[in-house]
Write a protein that binds this ligand. Structure first.
Ligand code: GDP
Ligand code: GDP
Length: 476
């Protein structure tokens, strides 16, 4: 059975435009006059090898034609009856209207999953405007621009996540997008050896990318249906390393690979531990806001060498598991800002413990898709701030009105915090809030990115903008 997605919303919010965007065909009419799309139109579509049926429902609650309104209301009822998932579309430029609230109330009672789609947010100028619609009582909001395609892929990835795979017919469905991974670390940490050990030689395809420098090579491979792309891998090779031994060059190269990656793997030589270079690269990863996995390689050597004097003093070596724990703790102490990154221990030379690498990468992939529902998130923050209120600065204290997750892209978890004054926000308090969030949502390997919004400033900015001009803009 194909899932059915219904598009519901009051007139003129852009339902037809969204329908057209999703179907990629100009079927339903788009016309800047309320109520033009009168009939329910259904269409079979495919998103990334998953088939679904799209239903456009006309419009809801047209005030100037009551007969027509009743028709549309019935259409909506039918759609709600038929659909598995509902896109509830609102106009992000108009703001919340009475009709939206009315429709929202009806939809909240529906058994379907409701995706609140805030349309007409065409550019970064309208960043974070979608959060105003949390008022309608749904756990998340999706900012999109049906006209320009912004946010559509993210919305579709999210809605289709739970749909059955392969129902579009044909061969087995896989995720076609490779996961870009940057393997970074100091020279000689064992990056190339690790990559070779991870690759099942039979399946390796090494492909120099057209248009890149002679050195930079992306290595593609597959493991259990997941495609991987190790980016800029040749940059790690010995030959080029000899030609280019400068630390500066290494850092620049790492920065480039990190920026291209979905996930970064920081390889540390177990014997050397986390030194200046490791911290520098770790800093780059953090600054880029990329998920991170730490690999302690050459574990075979560390295991034998009593790396920690403290443990050696006691005369006998701790059990291997305990030793891992001690090593991990010491590492986190050195790189306290990367505490969210899981650590795996490998021996590329002995090809041991490599399964842990794949497991950790998969875990990070899942973590970065974690949904933080607005209600639960804000209750959690409220409890945390009660337990440990922000310190007062010059007789003023930070107020957090609410925090919401930005649902736009999957590279990292972004939180938007609406607060009274950004000068009162400190790194320390941010760390405390992060800790509180991570006890509930570990978000393994994923950094939390914060956007601060001075609520008062934002409000006045929106209020100074007359509704009419917002509507004018939406027509351009
Ligand atoms: P419907 O009545 O909900 O089906 O709305 P339509 O799809 O007919 O769109 C109504 C008006 O909004 C039209 O003038 C569209 O061009 C405009 N519109 C739709 N989507 C967008 C968008 O993403 N950005 C902007 N700026 N305008 C949009
Ligand atoms: P890269 O410069 O980071 O790419 O490091 P290489 O992969 O070229 O490895 C540097 C040296 O470390 C080589 O001599 C490898 O054989 C050695 N090496 C790599 N991984 C391991 C390991 O897990 N254990 C041991 N004992 N040696 C390793």
């Amino acid at each position: 059975m194909k899932p059915v997605v219904a598009i519901v919303g009051r007139p003129n919010v852009g339902k037809s435009a969204l329908f057209n965007r999703l179907s990629r065909k100009q079927i339903s009419l788009v016309y800047d006059k309320p109520g033009v799309t009168r009939d329910r139109i259904t269409l079979d579509c495919i998103w990334k090898s998953k088939a679904f049926t799209l239903v456009d429902t006309g419009g809801v609650g047209l005030e100037d034609d009551s007969g027509f309104e009743a028709d549309i209301e019935r259409e909506v009822a039918i759609a709600i009856d038929l659909a598995d998932d509902i896109f509830f579309v609102v106009d992000g430029r108009e703001g919340v209207t009475a009709l939206d609230k009315d429709l929202g109330r009806r939809l909240r009672r529906a058994r379907q999953r409701i995706f609140l789609v805030v349309n007409k947010l065409d550019s970064s100028k309208q960043d974070d405007w979608e959060f105003e619609f949390l008022e309608l009582g749904f756990e998340q909001v999706f900012p999109v621009s049906a006209a320009h395609g912004r946010g559509i892929a993210f919305l579709m990835d999210d809605v289709s996540k739970d749909w059955p795979a392969g129902n579009a017919g044909g061969s087995e469905v896989r995720n076609d997008e490779p996961l870009n991974i940057a393997v970074v670390g100091r020279p000689n940490a064992g990056k190339s050896s690790l990559i070779n050990a991870l690759l099942d030689e039979d399946r390796v395809i090494v492909s120099p990318l057209a248009g890149t420098t002679r050195d930079a090579v992306d290595v593609h491979f597959e493991n259990e249906g997941q495609k991987f792309c190790l980016v800029d891998t040749a940059g790690m090779r010995k030959r080029s390393k000899l030609q280019d031994p400068l630390e500066r060059a290494m850092t620049a190269r790492s920065a480039h690979s990190i920026n291209r990656a979905d996930i970064c793997v920081l390889v540390i030589d177990a014997e050397l531990g986390a030194g200046v270079q490791e911290k520098k690269i770790a800093g780059l990863i953090q600054k880029a806001g990329k998920p991170c996995l730490i690999v302690v390689n050459k574990w075979d050597l560390a295991r034998d060498a009593k790396v920690f004097d403290a443990t050696a003093d006691r005369g006998d070596l701790p059990s291997p598991e305990k030793f891992l724990g001690i090593y991990r703790d010491a590492l986190y102490k050195e790189m306290f800002f990367l505490k969210y990154a899981p650590v795996v221990f490998t021996s590329a030379l002995e090809k041991r413990r490599l399964g842990g690498w794949f497991d950790a990468v998969r875990e990070i992939c899942e973590a970065r898709e974690t949904l933080l529902p607005a209600g639960k998130l804000n209750r959690l923050i409220e409890e945390a701030t009660k337990r440990h209120p922000p310190v007062r600065v010059r007789n003023r204290s930070l107020k957090i009105y609410y925090i919401a997750q930005k649902r736009e892209r999957v590279t990292s978890t972004t939180l938007v915090a609406f607060i009274n004054n950004r000068d009162l926000w400190s790194d320390e308090y941010q760390r405390f809030l992060e800790q509180a969030i991570r006890t509930e949502y570990p978000l393994k390997g994923c950094p939390l990115l914060w956007h601060l919004k001075d609520k008062s400033a934002q409000k006045s900015q929106r209020e100074s903008k007359p509704k009419q001009s917002r509507r004018e803009e939406s027509r351009d």
